[in-house]
Ligand binder design. Sequence first.
Ligand SMILES: Cc1ncc(COP(=O)(O)O)c(C=O)c1O
Length: 346
Amino acid sequence: MIDISPLIKPGLGNITPSLIRQINNRFGKIPGIVNLTIGEPDFKTPDHIKLAAVQSILNNRTHYAPNRGTADLLKAISVYLASRFGLDYNPDTQIIVTNGASEAISTVFNGIIDTGDVVLIGSPAFSLYHTLTILNGGVPVEMDVSKTGFKLTPKMLTGFLNKYRDKVKLVILNYPNNPTGITYTPNEVRELANVLRNYQVGVLSDEVYSELAYFDEHVSIASYLPEQTLLVNSVSKSYAMTGWRIGYLCGSPAVIKELAKVHQANVATVGTPNMDAATEAFSLVIGMLRRCGLFIFASVIICVSRLSRSVTGLYRLRARFMCMSRFPIRFMERRWPMLNSWHKKP
Ligand SMILES: Cc1ncc(COP(=O)(O)O)c(C=O)c1O
């Protein structure tokens, strides 16, 4: 027997399976537990969206769809982005429907990051950016934002861009942010854009929580840097559709033309009935999202006030349905040994 495991890319050895998934697998099924692990709304997908998928199947829309997505969904995304955020994306040349935001993010990394390329990531961050940088042979450089209210400042960003100069291919922005729950004000977004426009770097802006900014108007950095930005979003959180796996990637026509090849090679296209369901979701733009946002906000307030009875150091929350708290290291060591390697990370 020949062992082919040594053929696996060495970088994979440096990647640990998602901790939040490990915690969820271990504790999530305990009867009666309030599960605050994986980031997803506890709403059910609305019935009119489910029915659109049923109807799609009954109408035999069960064949391959065009690679970049169905014409109806591409148009619905374009209309949504224009009406909600004033963005101008041509459905024929500037949008790809992906398998959730996750595939949109991996398409960007696979299409842009090569050996030795630096990716600047605000830290703490959603772990996928780090994983994909390593998988593509790149170098993740973490910009520690814990001392600046969990926000990347123009000064800090300039410092990192100047330090790594031409090596930087991508800067990752994620706001409203996972895991910190912070978001940027329109003015802060403009200031970051003013820095970024002076460098030849791509800006991957992961805005999957854009409908969950409670206090601040969400402004996409794409409205300041349309050419430089690779905008990622999905219906997962905003329409309670995490299991349907519909996301989208938007950018300039030249970049989207190339990245569509990566998408085509990896997944060919996304499931047609799921795309039809997402098209239906976008037909109710404001109603559903706003209602959903208010419900989520109310649940978060209740949850945070309950938690604050037993947990100290909860950070103020501006968006999303997550909050950050301090935990004594001793507690983690005793109760959750699996987290040891994480908090001891250099
Ligand atoms: C910041 C961030 N980006 C992307 C994703 C993935 O979203 P999707 O379910 O649409 O793939 C998540 C999921 O939790 C996330 O938190």
